[in-house]
Design a protein around this ligand. Structure first.
Ligand code: ARG
Length: 458
């Protein structure tokens, strides 16, 4: 028996039933559906559309259903299409025809928009907490590794020496923006859709503000057609999630590179690696590889929902049921990725000797030499040319800049004096870059301190 069966003479085709049902995946919204229904029914009584007795009967029926679902005693039926109808039908079976009053002044179109918003608000809060967990690990690791210098890269060519902590804090900064994007997305998710009805509101004198207060929404939507046709909040969340995954993916890529024998910069704990079925020596960085890989599916979900929405006339269309699986999958993919990344990073160690040897190799201090000449009055362009020649000389002679004798330096410019050796020391090179946002120890420590305090505030 369908809740909308009145208009129909023939039974729904079995395949159509299976094809149109969303109960297989929207059952995870049960908690929000019930929470929304309870708030709705309280409002109906408050607005004198239902009696207090009817309200109480409906609420206790819904509470029983909640318990049954949580105890795995509820049987979801595909013939009842979705979570909304499964619960409503069960309510009527339980408490009789008074259960049929629950859907007064409501449509599944505003109901599903409500459930999705309640769900996403919770998920955003969970994900924000996970981001902070990862940020905390980043700060701890930055503090722990504060004295380790590493090569910084552009074009994946050694460029200038930086501090490992500085590199870690680069990701911290990216995560901070990800966090902000979620706060922003939350603001637009935090708007009550209920009351928009199927598309044109309701003739009942309902109190939408009351429902908003009950459910913790800080605004009420202002156009019923927009409300039931809007999935911007899902799109925004998926865009923020894609950006976050992109960041984790880049970091993962670096961990994969750094753990290779070619780089050999870090050690990822055995607990986060796996072996090979054939090559006994292998220790593979599967976790960062998989995080990098799963980024693709999150991008896919963003493209999917954008594409679903692009051709839809107002207001609700069944196409919009396709908003769910991608969102649910994104939420679990994202949560898994952040959680694992935090745990893995906490157990990742940096190989100081290798990192510093590498930072000293590859002329990462060449800019320092040019700056040295500039300090002695040589225009930067000329200095660049002189140092370029000096480097070429070293490449041919298979020497480092620090191997050059003062006599050799003087062949390139008579401005070079004994103090050049101090200038090109990589520790000096890093610590004299003490501008705001630079890699100098003092500056990095300042950022760690400020961010620790920020994290504590939340
Ligand atoms: N299962 C539907 C969805 O997820 C609920 C809304 C259905 N509304 C309707 N008029 N068929 O979108």
């Amino acid at each position: 028996m369908k809740l909308w069966g009145g208009r129909f003479e023939a039974e729904t085709d079995q395949l159509v039933e299976e094809y149109t049902a969303s109960i297989g995946f929207d059952q995870r919204l049960y908690k929000y559906d019930i929470e929304g229904s309870i708030a709705h029914v309280k409002m109906l009584a408050h607005s004198e559309i239902l009696t207090l007795d009817e309200r109480d009967k409906i609420i206790s029926g819904l509470e029983e259903i909640l318990e049954e679902i949580e105890n795995d005693e509820f049987e979801f039926e595909i013939g009842l299409e979705d979570i909304h109808m499964n619960i409503e039908k069960k309510l009527i079976d339980k408490i009789g025809s008074v259960g049929g009053k629950l859907h007064t002044a409501r449509s599944r179109n505003d109901q599903v928009a409500l459930d999705m918003r309640l769900y996403l608000k919770d998920q955003i809060n969970d994900i924000k907490a996970l981001i902070q967990k990862l940020q905390k690990v980043l700060l701890e690791s930055a503090e722990e590794n504060i004295d380790i210098i590493m090569p910084g890269y552009t074009h994946l060519q050694r460029a200038q020496p930086v501090r490992v902590s500085h590199h870690l804090l680069a990701y911290y900064a990216k995560l901070k923006r990800d966090y902000d994007r979620l706060i922003d997305c939350y603001k637009r998710t935090n708007v009550l859709p209920l009351g928009a009805g199927a598309l044109a509101g309701t003739t009942f004198n309902i109190d939408r503000e009351f429902v908003a207060d009950e459910l913790g929404f800080n605004k009420v939507s202002q156009n019923s057609l927009d409300t039931v046709s809007d999935r911007d909040f899902v799109i925004e969340f998926l865009a923020a999630a894609s950006t976050l995954m992109m960041h984790l993916s880049r970091f993962s890529e670096e961990l994969v590179l750094w753990t290779s024998q070619e780089f050999d910069f870090i050690n990822i704990d055995d607990a986060f690696c796996t072996g090979s079925s054939i090559m006994p020596q292998k220790k593979n960085p599967d976790v960062p590889e998989l995080i990098r890989g799963k980024t693709g599916r999150v991008y896919g979900h963003l493209m999917q929902i954008l594409t679903v929405m692009k051709g839809l006339p107002l207001a609700y269309n069944k196409d919009m049921q396709e908003d769910k699986e991608g969102l649910f999958d994104t939420v679990s993919t994202l949560k898994g990725a952040i959680e694992l990344f935090a745990r893995m990073l906490a157990k990742t160690t940096f190989k100081q000797q290798k990192l510093e040897e590498t930072a000293e190799d590859g002329f990462t201090n060449a800019t320092e030499v040019a700056d040295y000449l500039v300090e002695k009055g040589v225009p930067f362009r000329e200095a660049h040319e002189v140092v370029g020649k000096t480097v070429l000389h070293c490449v041919k002679e298979e020497k480092k800049l620090s191997d050059l004798k003062l006599k050799e330096w003087k062949e390139f410019s008579n401005k070079f004096e004994d103090d050049i050796y101090k200038k090109i020391d990589i520790k000096t090179a890093v610590d004299t870059r003490n501008i705001i946002g630079g890699p100098a120890k003092k500056e990095v420590l300042r950022v760690i301190k400020t961010e620790k305090e920020e994290l504590k505030k939340d």
